[in-house]
Design a protein. Structure first.
Length: 294
């Protein structure tokens, strides 16, 4: 099923679990993600950032391909623009057939963030799409933004922000960051802030920078109310290593087989993560005799 994020995230919110939002730039990743979701009976969100879609995963190619794959499975699959900052990128994603968009105006002052988010939310809703926004700022791990408490989401502001923008999901900053942390480092998260945000907002909340946060932190943020967890860096590292291992094991391996090895390795990672955050087994169905993809 090809759907927006809204219904799946409200289901996660009402049933206290989280959905993976996995960055994807090619067919092998899309197949690994959707096959994993189908086999785990889990909803899933496929993400792509503006940088990724300009550098490699061109949306006019990916969007119809992902939609075609999604319509052949019986679990909810959304295709979401991740961290859309420019109106042009967001409008193009909608034109290409994305089912959801995120507007990230978190680097602006509060009122400007509200203004930009409101415009995008209104556009998305008019097209039947969902809209995610960000308040607070999830910065970069290599700049140690995760320990800058002044970037964290303010609970009072969050209530006003949601009321005025009508966003469907809010990404909150509680101590994670994008990219890779230094070796062995596990971030300390502000769980009390997360508890207060969930209590005040009573809506789906997203955690960005999920890679490298550690299993215990991930399980705990889900227990405290996170319903969407973005995963990019960890999966990319896992896929790259699986390709390197396949080549090391067989230097004459065919290019197609390298990609298949990466696809199967990514499935193992994704399925384990789905079980960790409680999304596995949420969608039950009878086995279909309809078309499938390999």
């Amino acid at each position: 099923m090809y759907v927006s994020m809204k219904e799946m995230l409200w289901h996660a919110h009402e049933n206290n679990y989280a959905v993976m939002a996995i960055n994807c730039v090619n067919m092998e990743q899309a197949k690994a993600i959707i096959q994993s979701a189908s086999e785990e009976h889990s909803a899933v969100i496929i993400n792509i950032s503006p940088r990724q879609m300009k550098a490699h995963g061109h949306p006019e190619i990916l969007a119809p391909m992902i939609r075609n794959m999604a319509e052949k499975v019986q679990v909810p699959v959304a295709f979401n623009l991740d961290h859309g900052a420019n109106y042009e990128d967001i409008a193009y994603a909608i034109q290409c057939g994305f089912s959801s968009v995120m507007i990230d105006a978190s680097g602006y002052e509060f009122e400007e963030n509200i203004k930009r988010t409101s415009i995008v939310a209104s556009l998305a809703h008019s097209k039947g799409l969902s809209c995610e926004a960000e308040l607070g700022h999830v910065g970069l791990a290599n700049q140690q933004d995760n320990i800058k408490a002044d970037l964290y989401t303010n609970v009072g502001q969050a209530c006003e922000f949601v009321q005025r923008t009508h966003c469907d999901c809010l990404a909150v900053a509680i101590g994670t960051a994008h990219g890779s942390y230094s070796k062995g480092f596990i971030p300390t998260l502000d769980f009390e802030r997360l508890r207060l945000l969930k209590e005040a907002l009573e809506m789906p909340l997203a955690l960005h920078g999920g890679s490298g946060a550690g299993d215990e932190n991930i399980k705990k943020v889900v227990a405290y109310g996170i319903n969407k967890i973005n995963v990019c860096t960890d999966l990319f590292k896992y896929a790259r290593q699986s390709m390197a291992d396949a080549i090391a094991a067989n230097p004459n391996i065919d290019y197609m087989d390298v990609n298949i090895a990466a696809q199967e390795a990514m499935k193992k990672f994704i399925k384990r993560y789905m079980r960790l955050i409680g999304s596995s087994g949420r969608y039950t169905f009878e086995k279909s005799n309809g078309p499938e993809f390999d």
